[in-house]
Design a protein around this ligand. Structure first.
Ligand code: FES
Length: 319
């Protein structure tokens, strides 16, 4: 592993398992891997398509010899996952940043419910391993379309916490499907829920949990992709420290328009889920389109994701 000033690492693919459901389980290693906490992800750079993509670690946070990620090959996406499947062959090297953790586990909880939909299972596996090591009370609900596309199925069946894993498959009997009325515990200050998966799955879980009385701060969420509408009415952006004022057109994004004028803001996911592009806002009416900022952060009105969010009238940015 090599580290530069931006904590970029070059990691080597040591193992790849093409698991069920088009999911590649990829192990990456290097010397002196930074330690991780459950819920952490890596940013992986894909030079041939010039994209950064984020992948949650599913390896045990206590593991020091390698990181493991699971990548769903999704031809409908913008090409990142297809490219990872193409290039991540044993022996290949990947440019990586991180690990970072925007989805940390509250280890003080007395009860934890992990809810993974499809490839959203990956951070939940790391969390389950950590909670098991801590001897905590937890359950992992894993929802997929069918057992035949359920990656990690055999590993979870063999895990020392397998009695805490509940599989739910869309194509099986109704009574084994996730029933949030039945499967969520009663709300309590020390009961925490974690959800990751497709947007519809997440919206359903979050809305149901909050309607049932679970505090928003106890319903932890990580979006791995989002259908984000980047378009809207034109507005003005002043980059105050740079002395530049621009008009952002209906099809423009702030980050791209600023880059055209030599003001570079780091962007990775370009869909409001990773937080890389969060920028301080000095004034203006923000039209948040991201999934990254919390409701409290939005209400503060002093930061925004410039890869996707927009404004009304004029925004003044602290750049
Ligand atoms: S680049 Fe990921 S949130 Fe903006």
């Amino acid at each position: 592993m090599s580290l530069d000033m931006t904590d970029t690492m070059t990691l080597t693919v040591t193992e790849r398992i093409d698991d069920r459901g088009g999911i590649a389980r990829i192990r990456l290693t290097g010397d002196d891997l930074p330690s991780v906490t459950a819920g952490a992800h890596l940013d992986i750079y894909l030079p041939d398509v010039d994209l950064w993509r984020q992948y949650s670690l599913c390896s045990d946070p206590a593991e020091t010899g390698f990181y493991e990620i699971g990548v769903l090959k999704d031809p409908a996406s913008r090409g990142g996952s297809v490219e990872v499947h193409r290039v991540a062959q044993p022996g290949a090297t990947l440019k990586v940043e991180g690990p970072r953790n925007h989805f940390p586990l509250d280890e003080s909880a007395t009860k934890t419910v992990l809810l993974g939909g499809g490839i959203g299972i990956t951070p939940m596996i790391a969390m389950a391993k950590r909670l098991h090591a801590l001897g905590k009370d937890f359950v992992l609900h894993y929802c997929t379309r069918s057992q035949s596309v359920t990656a990690f199925h055999d590993a979870l069946k063999a895990a020392p916490f397998s009695d805490r894993v509940v599989f739910h498959h869309d194509d099986e009997a109704a009574e084994q499907k996730l029933d949030l009325t039945r499967d969520l515990p009663a709300p309590a200050p020390d009961t925490h829920l974690y959800v990751c998966g497709p947007q519809g799955f997440m919206d359903w879980v979050i809305d149901t949990a909050e309607a049932a009385g679970h505090a928003t701060g106890n319903v932890h969420r990580e979006y791995f992709s989002a259908d984000v509408d980047l378009t809207g009415d034109s507005f003005e952006v002043e980059a105050r420290a740079s002395g530049v004022t621009l008009t952002i057109g209906p099809e423009d994004t702030i980050a791209k328009k600023l880059a055209e004028h030599g003001i570079k803001i780091d962007v990775k996911c370009e869909e409001g889920v990773c937080g890389t592009c969060v920028t301080d806002v000095l004034s203006g009416d923000i039209d948040h389109r991201d999934q990254f900022l919390t409701d409290e952060e939005r209400e503060d009105g002093d930061q925004m994701c410039v890869c996707c969010s927009r404004g009304r009238g004029k925004l003044v940015l602290d750049i």
